[in-house]
Design a protein around this ligand. Structure first.
Ligand SMILES: Nc1ncnc2c1ncn2[C@@H]1O[C@H](COP(=O)(O)OP(=O)(O)OP(=O)(O)O)[C@@H](O)[C@H]1O
Length: 463
């Protein structure tokens, strides 16, 4: 099981956090030029020089183009890399910047550009310099949003903080080898090495939430820091354990009788492990609805209690839950399905399907199959109520030429160049390593491609 290493001190050459990472296919170090990521770069370089000097190492700096000094900071990283014989690239976030939610948009752009560099250079592993300080700040910020709950109470899963590894876009592993390190220790290391770093003025700008939390963390004697880290450790362990139990329930009780329709055995609602059942249900609701986040816990609990009480039909997370004697059926609601889009390129459709379209004629469209076309299709006789199977099919993506429906991908009449593959919606963008087990269970259920194995020695996907 992956847990946070909170050793407060580290010295460069003895840093052990790299030793379990599999560098076979090279690594990208995400280096802003700040102290943490500069230390990451030098520690990593030392480690690779000692253990695997032939490893491909690429440092990537994202120039967010938000401050006048950002290009110069990127150049400073480039010259440090040149001195140390490390390949380096700068990628610029060009285009319009939003007037609100800037930190979140910058973060999104940063990951997108890092992934672009990874793709272009054929390296899947990305390392960032997040530290134990970042972790404590993240946990306290999330906790502040969880108003009304005491720090010791059953905490939301977000309080697990950042995972040691997160799969981005179901493709690139982002690993955070310095999560156990304190920023002060990293700065001391850089000072010993005589290497400077850039100070980002936004880090001290109290208009932003993180610098405010950072200031609070610096106020006491490390008490709040220690509490936040130990909370994160505890919640991370609980979250992984709950995920494993939810995965077992999904494997034991869930099936997909037809595309787009999930059936839970009625015994699911009678499960002894109600917390795991609610968690499994939240994950399935998000997956069926094509939503990147889990539905609200309290509403999900209420729905689960009603499921225990008997038949119902309810909607949550864009998913219709239809519980009857034949089973508990989940399907995408018809409301809010995507409008017709031209069939070309690579599309994430409705958050649920990755569609690759080889058509460049411009004559084909992707749109929901719809009720009329679904009514004309044969439905397999497998005990599933045909009305439910048809309703689920109606919300599936189909290929159209004008008003003529060519059918669903994979059917005869649909060009073989059109391929569709299911997506595990709540984890498709970011899959924290805490959640590997339930993600693997949903993958198996809906036939999505498995997540690439964790880049740690001795680990495989799903554990
Ligand atoms: N502009 C950037 N270019 C490349 N990587 C970045 C950039 N900004 C952040 N990162 C990566 O994300 C991590 C966490 O980001 P955060 O914003 O906390 O760092 P920072 O304060 O900008 O810099 P540092 O972590 O180096 O002190 C960094 O350690 C780094 O690995």
């Amino acid at each position: 099981m992956l847990t946070l290493d909170t050793r407060p001190d580290l010295t460069g050459p003895d840093l052990s956090d790299f030793s379990r990472i599999d560098f076979t296919n090279g690594a990208i170090a995400a280096v802003s030029g700040g102290s943490d990521s500069t230390a990451l770069l030098l520690l990593l370089k030392n480690h690779l020089d000692r253990t695997a000097p032939a490893t491909r190492l690429l440092a990537v700096t994202i120039d967010h183009d938000l401050r006048p000094g950002s290009a110069a900071e990127a150049r400073a990283v480039a010259s440090l890399c040149a001195e140390r014989g490390i390949a380096h690239r700068t990628l610029r976030w060009s285009g319009p910047k939003p007037s609100s939610g800037l930190p979140a948009a910058a973060r999104q752009a940063r990951y997108r550009l890092l992934a672009q560099a990874a793709l272009e250079d054929g390296i899947d592993l990305i390392l960032t310099g997040h530290t134990a300080d970042d972790q404590a700040e993240t946990v306290l910020m999330r906790h502040a949003r969880d108003e009304g709950r005491g720090l010791a109470e059953m905490a939301g899963r977000g309080l697990a903080g950042m995972a040691p590894a997160t799969l981005y876009d179901w493709r690139h592993w982002i690993v955070r080898p310095l999560l156990g390190a304190r920023r002060a220790a990293l700065r001391a290391f850089l000072q010993r090495e005589n290497v400077g770093w850039a100070e980002d003025p936004t880090n001290a700008d109290v208009h932003f939430e993180r610098p405010r939390v950072r200031a609070v963390l610096g106020e006491d004697d490390g008490q709040r820091f220690a509490e936040a880290i130990s909370l994160a450790r505890r919640v991370a362990t609980e979250r992984e354990e709950l995920g494993h139990r939810a995965a077992i329930l999904i494997r034991d009780f869930a099936a997909m009788p037809t595309t787009g329709l999930i059936r839970l055995d009625p015994a699911f609602a009678a499960s002894d492990d109600a917390p795991a059942a609610v968690y499994a249900m939240r994950i399935l609701l998000a997956a069926v609805g094509g939503v990147p986040f889990l539905p609200d816990e309290a509403r999900s609990q209420a729905l689960f209690s009603r499921l225990r009480a008997g038949p119902l039909c309810a909607t949550l997370s864009r998913t219709i839950v239809d519980a009857r004697r034949a089973g508990i059926f989940l399907r995408r609601e018809a409301r809010g399905l995507p409008l017709a889009v031209p069939a070309s390129g690579d599309v994430l459709w409705d958050g649920r399907r990755r569609i690759t379209l080889g058509d460049s004629s411009g004559a084909l469209l992707i749109a929901p199959l719809g009720q009329a076309a679904a009514a004309k299709r044969d439905i397999a006789e497998n005990g599933t109520p045909s009305s439910l199977a048809r309703a689920a099919r109606a919300a599936e993506p189909a290929l159209w030429r004008g008003s003529e429906c060519l059918g669903l991908a994979g059917e005869s009449g649909v060009p073989a160049t059109v391929a569709t593959s299911p997506v595990v919606a709540p984890f498709a963008g970011f899959l924290p390593s805490f959640d590997l087990a339930p993600a693997a269970a949903v993958c198996g259920l809906i036939g999505a491609p498995p997540a690439p194995a964790l880049p740690f020695r001795g680990h495989s996907a799903g554990r």
